[in-house]
Design a protein around this ligand. Structure first.
Ligand code: MG
Length: 258
């Protein structure tokens, strides 16, 4: 089931994507993610292109994993990490499908990074990998925008990863999906730049939930960005960037001058 949040006449609503359109439902997205479609109280139908799609959740944090694809580690000639490498993006980075990514004047190299994202449904603290799936609401698409020059210059990642608009998320969550074997790809102005499979991830979703929840409480709506495959690269103002995860859909954004 594909669940999204959208805005219509100034009101934030929740919907299910059905037959190229969406049906408004009488539940919050996280409530609905735990219910079968038949149990959801349905309201109006809207064509998808007539609504403003919002990020599917408003997380209390976005936890990101660096270097989590075997093929990306090979590309960089780096050893595989023994433990996940974590960093955070502030919630003010989050934007939705169709929103502009603002190119900040402080940077001269702004890169895309195609990622699959986990959306938590239940609070998770000290959750074992065997129980991890019970705490996940679903999966969505994320673009971990990075000011690469500032990442290298600063020697740590906060500034490079944290500009407003640097976390496109959406367009919706898929609640019924095997996250361990889905194609993941990225197109820049229509050209394929990244093309891999989540099967190449070093740490699985279950392992990441266990590892992260031993460090910090994951709240409902929190997002885990699971890392990017090979082929990351720079974007320019005016570019259109599309990230696709098989089974979920396409997250499309464009770059605008700050
Ligand atoms: Mg990343």
């Amino acid at each position: 089931m594909k669940l999204l949040r959208f805005k219509m006449e100034g009101v934030i609503k929740t919907g299910v994507v059905i037959n190229g359109g969406l049906v408004e439902i009488h539940h919050s997205l996280l409530e609905a993610s735990g219910s079968p479609l038949d149990d959801l109280e349905r309201k109006r139908f809207y064509p998808l292109d007539e609504v403003k799609i919002l990020p599917p959740v408003e997380p209390s944090k976005v936890v990101c994993v660096g270097l989590n694809y075997q093929d990306h580690a090979q590309e960089l000639n780096m050893d595989l990490p023994e433990e996940p490498i974590l960093f955070l993006k502030p919630t003010t980075t989050v934007i939705g499908h169709g929103d502009p990514i603002i190119y900040p004047p402080q940077s001269h190299q702004v890169d895309y990074e195609a990622e699959m994202a986990v959306v938590m449904g239940q609070k998770a603290r000290f959750v074992s990998k065997d129980d991890a799936n019970d705490h996940v609401a679903g999966y969505t698409v994320l673009n971990d925008i990075t000011a690469r020059d500032l990442q290298q210059k600063d020697g740590q990642w906060t500034r490079a990863k944290s500009f407003d608009t640097f976390c496109p998320l959406g367009p919706w969550i898929e609640t019924d999906m095997d996250p361990s074997n889905q194609n993941i790809s990225l197109k820049l102005n229509g050209d394929v730049k990244q093309d891999s499979n989540t099967g190449n991830m070093i740490f699985s979703v279950e392992e990441l939930v266990e590892y992260i929840s031993k460090i910090m409480t994951l709240n409902p709506g929190d997002v885990i960005a699971t890392g990017t495959p090979p082929g990351v690269g720079a974007m320019q103002v005016g570019d259109v960037v599309e990230v696709e995860v098989e089974g979920i859909g396409i997250l499309k954004n464009h770059l605008k001058l700050g």
